[in-house]
Ligand binder design. Structure first.
Ligand code: FES
Length: 100
């Protein structure tokens, strides 16, 4: 399967795996299983989800980035906001409400 999109989710891990940072403290790690489940439910293929270290937009987190579109999203506060991010990929239009 070819990767057409990549979603990077800030989980603000330290090098040793210890959690830190605002995105992690706001539960961004919990977004990973929801993303995978929702991608499956929507039959969205070719989308890779990766947990990252700090994306340097902490004051506007939880944050994620969609490539190759280079859409930087912030204030992702739960499943509804994740749905909006996935909608944006499906529609090919950025979710203006969360765009940084
Ligand atoms: S901790 Fe997520 S952007 Fe810095």
């Amino acid at each position: 399967m070819t990767t057409e999109h990549h979603i990077f989710v800030c989980c603000s891990f330290r090098g040793n795996g210890a959690p830190q940072g605002t995105c992690n403290k706001q539960g961004s790690v919990n977004y990973l299983p929801y993303l995978e489940e929702e991608l499956s439910d929507r039959d969205m293929e070719g989308i890779q989800v990766t947990a990252t270290g700090c994306l340097q937009v902490c004051d506007r987190g939880p944050a994620m980035v969609v490539y190759p579109e280079n859409w930087w999203y912030g204030n992702i506060k739960g499943e509804g906001d994740i749905d909006a991010v996935l909608d944006s990929i499906e529609n090919g239009e950025p979710d203006e409400a969360h765009l940084l």
